[in-house]
Design a protein around this ligand. Sequence first.
Ligand code: PLP
Length: 374
Amino acid sequence: MINLDNASTTKPYAEVVNSIALSLEEDYLNISAKYSQAKQIEKKVELIRAGFLKEINAKDGVIIFCPSATAANNLVLRSLNLKEAGKILIADGEHSSVYETAKELKNNGADIDFVPLDKTGHLDLEKFKRSLTPSVRFVSCMLVSNETGAINNIKEITRLAKQANKNCLVHTDCVQALGKIDLSVSDLGVDYATFSAHKIYGPKGIGALYAKNINTLRPLIFGGGQEYNLISGTENFAYIAGFYTALKLTIHKIKENYNIVSNYRQEFLSALESEKIDFILNSPKENFSPYILNLSFKNVRGEVLLHALSQKGILVANGSACSSKKRGNRVLEAMGKNKNEVDWAVRISFSPYEKYDFKTIAKEFKNVIEEIKY
Ligand code: PLP
């Protein structure tokens, strides 16, 4: 199997699997229990929270573990008080866990505007500036697009939002950025940042939210009061430990992996060109993460290509796996891509831990494309 779909999930590190197994064996007690044996596990969680904050360079604030990044994004958006006056701005290219939640809030009366992307897939900064008024109270824009790899200038977006209203809260979804590009929440200046373990070689089913001021949040799941009374439910210590193991390993290798993947991206594009395959680059040429590449192969339906390649053992995506049940591609459409370009699009995403023979892969692409193109 040749995995070119590592933006949808990643293979856990062996160290992660071991740390989960060890935690399940040795630290299985309920953290909320009152005896000292449970308190010792609680102490480990507190150390992990502090270590996590350090890894993302947060000078203050807290880490809240959530059942997924989807839950973390819901926690932020659902904490917004709908009765409070003021504008909420959401970037058009957000992951469905932000976008669909925002749509739901808007249906319930929230004053929400969606801010367009430019042709390169970045938030359109000029249009964003024009949407900013002193009444803006919340902004959400992702750091790295899961569809195109576009890197948004979150530092500038935060500066502009806070210049319009110093009390405006800013959220950034960092799921495709963590462990892949340098990330410092204090440098970005944001109030909230979202992370997911399974995109950085950790377990599925656990995410984290960084919040500068926890008092701005309201409970998402009610019950026993775990996770600062925001996400009730018995803590999953094994996955918290697995997430932290993955975080440390991936951040340690960030530069090395970035260089490997940058070369992969270049080699892949060159191999496609050598095979004279006709494609359109949907990812930006500047300010992009090399991990994600979005291409449209002319006269080849992305979904048909995906299935034909998978029969040859090559995995790619068309659109993110999280919204695969929906037709079209909201993000590419928001960039102004025409119907054909959207229809022909596939997402290629690399892992630094895979060895790829791009010449052979490009030949397979060529053969498959010749068979299925219309
Ligand atoms: N945000 C982004 C940018 C993503 O790419 C994803 C997953 O595809 C998520 C959020 C959701 O992550 P999780 O699977 O942990 O809910």
